[in-house]
Design a protein around this ligand. Structure first.
Ligand SMILES: CC(C)(COP(=O)(O)OP(=O)(O)OC[C@H]1O[C@@H](n2cnc3c(N)ncnc32)[C@H](O)[C@@H]1OP(=O)(O)O)[C@@H](O)C(=O)NCCC(=O)NCCS
Length: 266
């Protein structure tokens, strides 16, 4: 359970910061997302016009964390509108990710010059509903989960795998404009709190083009939460034999951003 002294006011992250590299700034809040006093920009309010109170509260809590995290990067507050697939649209030169679950909200951001993409996810530390496991985990992953559950039963390995895949999906979508299916991504979780992800081939990139050395996944279980984070480092492009493909992905990401803002303001 979340300790009672935790507060819904966004503050520099303690939990999620533990699994993020130093170039990433993060903010988090805990406890129930407040239902009033959102402090949203009018354009953000407009994006929520059909949302119910619960959705408004979680959206606002995520945006407040985002502003606190951006401030840590020295980026002034600005509307962060959802893109066509729900992805947060960051100010130019910034990349990031938002997550919320019951009792916890967080945002992680970085300068795009340092980090190409980020995915974070928070889940309650509880087993996945049994009906979901086949959709989430491949047959080898299910066998691995059974083995892990026998060795370390205190960890909900099924939910942890789910969270890691959600983090990967949140990193991947803004780069490629493609949703991955759960069975497209092979995630390998290490007991030491790291994970790696193998992604499928697709238009403009090939499986293995994002080598593990450039993608860093980490996980943490604390205070009743599962937290996962994955970052794609953008350093070293010039010397990489795969530089062309990764540079192509990043170029495509910029084109998508430009297309979206042109569409919004035309
Ligand atoms: C969008 C999705 C990833 C959100 O995950 P979740 O665990 O339900 O919820 P979280 O609170 O952790 O994350 C929600 C936040 O993700 C972000 N998000 C939504 N769509 C996104 C996208 N296309 N790309 C990146 N981030 C996205 C948003 O910031 C959202 O919060 P907001 O709407 O308040 O801004 C998930 O609901 C989904 O649709 N998944 C389908 C794709 C998928 O999971 N594929 C398999 C994975 S391998």
């Amino acid at each position: 359970m979340i300790p009672a002294h935790y507060s819904p006011r966004p503050r520099p992250a303690e939990l999620i910061a533990d699994i993020l590299p130093p170039a990433v700034a993060a903010a988090e809040s805990t406890g129930k997302a407040p239902r009033t006093g959102f402090g949203l920009f009018p354009a953000e309010e407009a994006a929520l016009r059909t949302a119910g109170p619960g959705r408004r509260a979680e959206f606002a809590a995520g945006r407040l964390c985002a502003r606190a995290a951006l401030a840590r990067l020295g980026v002034p507050a600005t509307p962060i509108l959802p893109g066509w697939a729900g992805q947060p649209q960051w100010p130019a030169g910034v990349t990031g990710s938002i997550t919320h679950c019951a009792g916890y909200q967080a945002c992680a951001v970085a300068l795009a010059a340092d980090v190409a993409a980020i995915g974070i996810d928070a889940e309650p530390h509880q087993e996945l509903p049994a009906t979901l496991i086949e959709a989430v985990a491949t047959r080898p992953e299910r066998a691995w989960i059974r083995q892990q559950a026998a060795c370390v039963p205190a960890v909900c390995w099924d939910r942890l795998l789910f969270s890691a895949k959600e983090s990967v999906a949140k990193l991947w979508y803004p780069l490629t404009a493609q949703w991955l299916s759960f069975h497209d991504v092979a995630v390998c979780l290490a007991d030491t709190g790291t994970f790696s992800a193998r992604l499928p081939s697709g238009p403009g990139w090939a499986s293995g083009d994002l080598p593990e050395g450039r993608m860093m996944g980490r996980w943490l279980i604390r205070d009743g939460l599962i937290l996962t984070a994955i970052t794609l480092r953008c350093g070293g492009l010039a010397t990489s034999s795969r530089a062309g493909t990764l540079a192509g992905l990043l170029r495509r990401q910029n084109e998508l951003r430009t297309r979206r803002s042109t569409a919004r303001f035309s």
